[in-house]
Design a binder for this molecule. Structure first.
Ligand code: UT7
Length: 332
């Protein structure tokens, strides 16, 4: 492994709304059961944002915690990258709203959209900006108010998704989690598997679209499942190949929390013991791009990783998109 000073996650934060939607709440809304949701997905409950909480406000809260941990002020932030498939608006960007909320007046602000893989895409961009010395202090924020796009009559999606935000400060050098490598990819030929049909210029919102529920997220879960494991496995392998880290050297897996069975499949492929797979899915469900930074922030708060231990992040989502990253814990 090369010894140069790397782009490093130096601060982490998470924000979860207070309101809890349990499986028994959902049993009263659609034809489902706690038993089906727990055994097929691993979810017990998820968080739902208040009417006056948005992707921007949740993202800003997570970012404030990350900045405190990194001991950095808003004025020092050079760039804000927001990953969200549920932005406050198509225009202006959620990043611009967060820039204002944080009073990070020096920072440029950009939204990126890579669905559930967004945080990995954000890390990849932040790493490139740090490595090329374009910027020094970058906020990567993943934030989702999925509940705004979920049809609570569709049992194929409403049992899965929740709201929440996670954030990371990325700087050159540690202490923190050195970003050794990020692999990202996409397959637009399968774009139809996860779609919000009336969410852009192709199908402008109208009385008709609302009547048909076209403003809600539609997912072919079974098909998505088939692609998820294969794509995440390939991206993770690329991280190992490029860094020269072996499978046996992996300390922890911090995967996208979409389905417990997908997480199990990845842990088996890389022979990572189940107790070393960090899980939040039971309490937060699938928060799209936010699952990985929320899990990483909670993992970090538990101080689970030792100096020099390697972490593997993997994610998969609409687009289709996917990503993986190899991190190394670096103590002060
Ligand atoms: O984060 C973005 C990426 N997204 C993902 O990675 C999601 C990947 N997909 C999945 O996690 C799973 O496909 C789901 C959890 C969405 C669905 O699980 P599944 O094991 O693929 O179920 P299925 O769609 O094959 O349905 C199996 C059965 C069907 O009944 P029959 O036809 O066998 O009688 C469904 O109608 O389960 C039924 N079913 C349900 N039953 C109770 C589907 N949804 C539910 C439900 N409650 N909520």
């Amino acid at each position: 492994m090369d010894k140069k000073i790397k782009a490093t996650i130096t601060g982490l934060g998470a924000y979860l709304p207070e309101r809890i939607l349990t499986n028994s709440d959902l049993e009263a809304m659609v034809e489902t059961s706690n038993e089906w949701i727990v055994t097929r997905c691993g979810i017990e409950e998820r968080r739902i944002a208040r009417a006056d909480e948005f992707s921007s406000t949740m993202g800003a809260r997570a970012a404030q915690t990350a900045m405190q941990q990194a001991k950095i002020t808003a004025n020092e932030i050079d760039a804000i990258i927001v990953c969200s498939m549920t932005p406050d608006y198509l225009c202006p960007s959620t990043a611009a709203l967060i820039q204002n909320e944080l009073q990070a007046t020096r920072a440029c602000a950009i939204d990126i959209q890579a669905a559930c893989s967004g945080f990995l895409y954000g890390l990849s961009i932040a790493k490139a900006w740090i490595d090329s010395t374009v910027f020094k202090n970058i906020l990567v924020i993943a934030t989702e108010k999925n509940s705004a796009y979920i049809d609570y009559k569709d049992r194929g999606t409403c049992i899965l998704f929740g709201d929440g935000a996670g954030a990371a400060v990325v700087q050159k050098g540690g202490p923190g989690y050195a970003i050794d490598y990020v692999s990202i990819g996409a397959d637009g030929s399968e774009a139809n598997l996860i779609v919000i049909p009336a969410s852009g210029c192709r199908m402008p919102a109208s009385e008709e679209t609302v009547k048909n529920g076209d403003h809600f997220l539609k997912m072919n879960g079974k098909e998505v499942f088939k692609h998820a494991v294969r794509r995440m496995e390939a991206a993770a392998k690329e991280c190992l190949d490029k860094t020269g880290i072996s499978q046996e050297e992996l300390g922890w897996l911090i995967p996208h929390q979409a389905n417990l069975r997908i997480m199990e499949a990845i842990s088996k492929r890389f022979q990572i013991p189940w107790e070393r797979v960090y899980r939040t899915i039971h309490k937060y469900g699938n928060t799209s791009s936010s699952t990985v930074p929320i899990a990483l922030a909670e993992f970090d708060a538990e101080k689970a990783a030792k100096h020099n231990e390697h972490l593997l992040l993997v994610a998969f989502g609409g687009g289709l998109t996917w990503g993986a990253s190899l991190l190394t814990k670096v103590d002060a």
